[in-house]
Design a protein around this ligand. Structure first.
Ligand code: MG
Length: 375
């Protein structure tokens, strides 16, 4: 059987490296045909040495990534880039008949209907499901996808997304608001990049994931609920109309969702350790506290508002997290910046084209860069 050709965009980041690790475990099954990373470095060079036939790109712009995704004729394009640099490649790859495995929230949250329409058309054209074309790598969405396999989406009552609660799960509102990068970067269960770790500390990440689920699974924002679950064992749950709930469990290790997305519909054996429920003894669940985590409230509001609000939210958040990491302001300023950006730009209609998406993103990012709040 011919090997599955994989193009990996964002090869040197956390998801990129773990994707390469999954591929390396299945040399007879996958072929890495392209790898791109923003800054190159040792990780990139190691991949070039391991896969000498793959086309390598360092520091490419959105057009370069798109060209790479088209020229190397991959079966699957993995989007593990940050920001919107991978958006044109995502759209082009779907149109060209590649499946896209996506670990990048901006593409779905900001790309919105523009991306979803292309994905739906690709699914129709190839006689496959939407999720087979646009495969989520985010652990919660992978969990929901796995729970929904073989089920009718019409019978879904609620989608539940879990959150570890981050480093400030037990902290007071004042401690959270005053937090500095070294405290916010200490995530209790997941090892991830800096941007997503800060988004986990504010719980903005869960708001973005709720919007992502709303788009990917076509359910209303009011049908998506969040549960704080410190052990990070249960990643997502689907509650059906008959009162039955299915959940997916696994170690907090992204190689699980990555291998599911790459191998689909097969399940690949990986070195990811299985969960030991007896060792855990008990699992805990509680509702999120929107008072201590106002960023989550802002993000959920943006999802419910629709229009340009989700795009404004994620553009502002990218800049807000960078400014927080640079020491411009404490953690508590992030939700304020997000609310100001969403109120200002969110009233606009949904972007209608790729260039609309990118223009909104630029405009909001410029606003967020100049933003001065009071804290
Ligand atoms: Mg996640």
């Amino acid at each position: 059987m011919a090997r599955i050709r994989v193009a990996l965009l964002g090869a040197s980041g956390s998801i990129g490296r773990q994707t390469a690790d999954v591929i390396s475990q299945w040399p007879d099954h996958f072929e890495l045909v392209a790898l791109a990373s923003g800054r190159g470095g040792e990780g990139h060079q190691a991949l070039v040495s391991a896969y000498p036939t793959a086309t390598s790109l360092i520091g490419g712009n959105a057009e370069d990534l798109k060209k790479l995704a088209l020229d190397t004729s991959p079966n699957i394009v993995v989007i593990a880039t940050t920001g919107l640099v991978g958006l044109p490649a995502t759209v082009a790859a779907l149109e060209a008949g590649s499946a896209v495995a996506i670990a990048n929230k901006e593409t779905i949250v900001a790309g919105g209907e523009v991306v979803m329409q292309v994905a739906r058309a690709a699914a129709q054209r190839t006689g496959s499901t939407l999720l087979e074309r646009l495969r989520p790598i985010d652990s919660e969405h992978s969990a929901l996808w796995q729970c929904l396999e073989g089920e009718s989406f019409k019978r879904v009552r609620t989608l539940w997304i879990t959150a570890s609660g981050g480093p400030f799960r037990e902290a007071t509102a004042a401690e959270i608001a005053d937090a500095r990068p070294e405290q916010a970067l200490r995530h209790p269960t997941w090892s991830m990049g800096a941007k997503i770790t800060i988004d986990s500390a504010t719980l903005v990440n869960k708001g973005l994931e709720a919007i992502e689920a709303h788009r990917l699974f076509g359910v209303g924002m009011d049908q998506i609920q969040i549960l704080i679950h410190p052990q990070s064992v249960v990643h997502g749950l689907v509650e059906f109309q008959d009162g039955s709930t299915k959940s997916q469990m696994g170690s907090p290790d992204m190689r699980g969702p990555i291998s599911f997305a790459l191998g689909y519909p097969e399940r690949m054996a990986t070195s990811t350790p299985p969960i030991d429920l007896a060792a855990h003894g008990s699992l805990h669940f509680s509702p999120p506290d929107l008072t201590r985590f106002p960023g989550l409230a802002v993000a959920l509001d943006a999802g419910r508002a629709g229009g340009a609000a989700p795009g404004a939210l994620i553009a502002a958040d990218g800049v807000a997290v960078d400014r927080f990491l640079e020491g411009d302001f404490p953690l508590g300023a992030i939700p304020q910046l997000l609310r100001d950006a969403v109120e200002r730009y969110g009233v606009r209609p949904s972007p209608k084209s790729l260039s609309d998406v990118l223009a909104l993103h630029e405009e909001v990012a410029a606003f967020a860069t100049e933003w001065r709040g009071v804290w």
